[in-house]
Design a protein around this ligand. Structure first.
Ligand code: NDP
Length: 480
């Protein structure tokens, strides 16, 4: 079986301890490669390499750094098909999604930050005839970047690209559940001529290799995307060391549908926002709030369409849903469906494991599931499920919709469907989320700030926000 390798100091290397664990393909339930079970020795070696590379990388001209990152972007584009196939196999997601979203967006992240750094500038503050202040924005050192399994290469690149563009070096860990495209990225960096030690990728388990990155004294900043419980632990561990932290965490996103919306557009988009990537996108709308006057119309049309969504072989173009990422995750989602029934919910469609058969008989497939009849306060409507499960809830007034939408501990994203311009602005302003989409979903401009409020995270990624995070401002005051 193929053995993945760590990427440390410019070379592909085996883990120091020689230990590996299996990488399972979610669509078949079978192991197909071996992942380094890295430990503190590997993280230490990666950090040493990154620290040694920092003086050279950070003092390179911006243009030189930009050129190298552009070569990485170009190679991702040239190897798009190989990367998309790998992402689909490793994660269970439909190949079509990997081809159209994951890999092009990973390429776009490198391209965006390779060019954004050319336009990144800092402020100056004049004190009239007395003095001038200017702010230096300097790279910090070694950045620790840890990402989850749902959009593996895409979210990995979303951290690595700005960290490197800003002049930092990086020790990164992809999720152990989906390491393959990070391994391919190592090869791309070697081929792109990335100087040794600038990017180091350590594979392994979160509480082991991941925790070692968080705790390492020579890694002063951490950019993390993942679950809220892990984020909490990271915040607690990093705080006494005064590390800079960016945390992109979980969500329980509301999708608010008013009766005056463009019904067909809303229905098409809501199918996507509910079930794209098997509902495993942090931005998926899992609580659908519908104005009571169109509740039945929406429910009937939505359920009819959901029943037609094909769950199957991720590489089959006609499959709308592939497998969820792992057996434990499938079991977690099923446990929430059971909970929803115990809490009094009615399953309108789906609700169980999907039987795909053939080579996929042992795969982790779930039917897209729609549930109604639950209060907004119950656990099903308060906790993140992160799977192909949505609930429907009617509302009577705008105030009630906002109250329900804002009632969870999360605040990542929300969608609003209405053709009333005033209402769109009003509701967008009152929603406690870091991102609001009006009459759309997942429309992304890489220049915009990305992140959540409340338990959905701390800090923002995207655009110059990320370059600000990965640099330290220093004010210089000069008296005339
Ligand atoms: P986890 O928090 O379990 O893991 C995220 C990453 O952290 C993985 O690489 C994991 O490694 C690693 N990790 C786990 N424990 C530790 C630790 N103690 N120290 C350091 N690293 C650790 O999340 P999931 O992978 O399950 O991802 C799903 C979650 O991510 C959902 O809650 C989702 O909402 C959230 N998410 C948020 C996004 C946002 O932008 N706000 C975007 C996408 C997802 P390993 O997998 O190897 O254990």
């Amino acid at each position: 079986m193929e053995k993945l390798q760590n990427y440390i100091n410019g070379e592909l290397v085996s883990p120091t301890g020689g230990a590996y664990f299996e990488n399972i393909e979610p669509a078949t339930g079978k192991a197909y490669s071996l992942i380094p079970d890295s430990d503190s020795h590997d993280v230490a070696a990666a950090t040493r390499a990154a620290k040694a590379a920092f003086p050279v990388w950070s003092s390179m001209s911006i243009q030189e750094r930009s050129d190298i990152l552009l070569r990485v972007a170009q190679l991702i584009g040239e190897r798009q098909e190989e990367l998309a196939l790998a992402e689909s196999k490793d994660n269970g997601k439909p190949l079509k999604l990997a081809r159209t979203v994951d890999i092009p967006r990973a390429q776009a992240n490198f391209h965006f930050y390779a060019t954004a750094i050319l336009h990144f500038a800092s402020e100056s503050h004049s004190m009239g005839n007395v003095a001038i202040n200017y702010t230096l924005r300097e790279p910090i050192g070694v950045a620790g970047c840890i990402s989850p399994w749902n959009l593996p290469l895409y979210l990995f690149s979303w951290k690595i690209a700005p960290a490197l563009a800003a002049g930092n070096t990086v020790v990164a860990k992809p999720s152990e559940v989906t390491p393959y495209t990070a391994f391919l990225l190592s090869k791309i960096c070697i081929d792109a001529g990335m100087p040794k030690g600038v990017l180091n990728i350590v594979h392994g388990l979160g509480p082991k290799a991941g925790a070692d990155i968080i705790e390492h004294d020579d890694i002063p900043m951490i950019s993390f995307t993942g679950g809220t419980a892990t984020g909490e632990w990271i915040a607690r561990t990093a705080a006494p060391k005064f590390k800079k932290l960016s945390l992109e965490l979980g969500g329980k996103n509301p999708n608010i549908i008013f009766a005056d919306c463009d019904f067909d557009d809303m229905l098409r988009t809501t199918l996507r926002s509910s079930f794209a990537n098997q509902g495993q996108i942090c931005l998926c709308g899992s609580r659908i709030l519908i104005e009571r006057s169109i509740y039945d119309r929406f429910k009937d049309a939505f359920v009819e369409q959901v029943k037609k969504m094909k769950v199957g072989d991720p590489q089959d173009e006609s499959s709308k849903l592939g497998a969820v990422v792992s057996k434990p995750h499938m079991e977690k989602v099923l446990s929430y469906i059971k909970l929803a029934k115990e809490e009094g919910g009615t399953v309108l469609c789906g609700g169980k494991q999907a039987n795909v058969g053939g080579a996929f008989a042992e795969g982790y497939f779930l039917e897209p599931t729609v549930i109604e009849g639950l209060p907004h306060t119950c656990r099903t409507n308060q906790e993140e499920i992160f799977g192909p499960v949505v609930t429907l809830m009617p509302f009577d007034t705008e105030e009630e919709a906002l109250m329900m939408a804002n009632s969870t501990k999360y605040g990542l994203a929300s969608s609003v469907w209405t053709s009333n311009l005033k209402r769109a602005h009003r509701v967008a302003k009152e929603l406690h989320t870091g991102i609001v989409w009006v009459n759309c979903w997942l429309l992304r401009d890489l220049r915009t700030p990305f992140g959540g409020v409340k338990s959905s995270g701390v800090g923002r990624e995207g655009g110059f926000e990320a370059l600000q995070f990965f640099t330290e401002p220093k004010n210089v005051c000069i008296k005339y």
